[in-house]
Design a protein around this ligand. Structure first.
Ligand SMILES: [Zn+2]
Length: 330
């Protein structure tokens, strides 16, 4: 009886190991599909840009990122857009594609993200002036992450206006290590952000949330804006696309950060980002221009929608992570 059981057991083990490989593959495909469906349901009509970028065939990225110089400046009409007032105390000084935000306070301005080197002068410095602000009033510049489409104007703000530059430690490191990435010069290491740190200026504060993933030092933020006097909490997502080396460990880090940000954003009713692709900033700013009294603010999407944003990013990352297990690691 003992032998019989052992033999049957052995046969089962053999059978299940042959059958197991394809069952595992099928289970993985089903699991990927489940994450994609969850992301699509969470996106609804609110986050189609984020869904398209993250869930629809995100590119695999090699293990070592290339340290390359930024390309030549594209034609002005591909990026130029006028600045705009968005809330009582928040102004858009970004481009058609990338966002830069000026948060005003009783003691000056906190600038969030700084576009490319080629357009930060006109959009940020020029935009602030057009809006009636003195760019020298920018006391802090918070950089969500050290990619050239967000850190491009940091050196300008530091050199010309003495603005203090705030960035995650690993992203300061990457700037210092880069050989080719900063042909026009690098911002000098200044404030190294701590997780949970508050950048306070007069009556305003921005809480920094370390959300590594998109880059190792990515910062997301929580702050308050006012819409005709009504305070609203903003969740600012600091890094979105999967253009980090495609490893399961990196996806785990990214996913953990989405969950962390979802928790930190529990009271937020506004979701903002540094690319219009993800938060539809330029479209919403156009809508704002024709907003009538009593109509909702296009950026005020509610707690449920803010939570769904981080479900989209997290679920797309889960799907991309599982896809890695289906192919040989590079
Ligand atoms: Zn980036």
């Amino acid at each position: 009886m003992k032998n019989y059981t052992a033999n049957v057991g052995g046969a089962l083990v053999l059978f299940s190991s042959l059958w197991g490989a394809s069952a595992f593959a099928q289970n993985t495909v089903d699991a990927i599909d489940a994450h994609l469906v969850a992301a699509r349901n969470a996106a609804g009509f609110d986050f189609t840009g984020t869904l398209a970028r993250l869930c629809v065939a995100p590119a695999a990225v090699p293990k070592t990122l290339r340290d390359v110089a930024p390309g030549p400046a594209p034609a002005r009409d591909t990026w130029f857009i006028e600045p705009a007032k968005v809330f009582d105390n928040l102004y858009f000084v970004g481009s058609k594609i990338h966002s830069s935000w000026a948060l005003t306070s009783s003691e000056g301005i906190i600038l969030i993200d700084t576009l490319w080197t080629y357009n930060s002068e006109e959009e940020i410095v020029g935009g602030l002036k057009k809006l009636g602000f003195d760019p020298a009033k920018v006391k802090y510049v918070i950089i969500s992450h050290a990619h050239p489409d967000h850190v491009g104007g940091a050196k300008l703000m530091q050199d010309r206006f003495g603005s203090r530059i705030v960035m995650g430690g690993p992203d300061w490191d990457s700037i210092e290590k880069s050989v080719n990435g900063y042909p026009a010069g690098k911002p000098k290491r200044d404030i190294v952000a701590d997780d949970g740190q508050k950048i306070t200026l007069g009556d305003t504060a921005v809480t920094l949330i370390a959300t590594p993933g998109h880059t190792p030092g990515t910062l997301s933020m929580i702050f308050t804006v006012k819409d005709n006097g009504k305070p609203l909490t903003v969740a600012y997502s600091g890094g979105t696309a999967f253009n980090f080396p495609s490893t399961t460990a990196n996806f785990d880090t990214y996913i953990k950060s989405q969950n962390k940000m979802a928790a930190a954003a529990a009271n937020a009713t506004v979701l903002m980002s540094n690319h219009s692709e993800f938060d539809s900033a330029t479209t919403k700013i156009r809508m704002l221009a024709s907003r009538k009294p009593g109509e909702p603010h296009p950026f005020e999407i509610g707690k449920d929608a803010v939570a769904r944003y981080f479900t989209v990013t997290g679920e797309c990352a889960q799907a991309a992570r599982l896809k890695l297990t289906q192919q040989p690691q590079r």
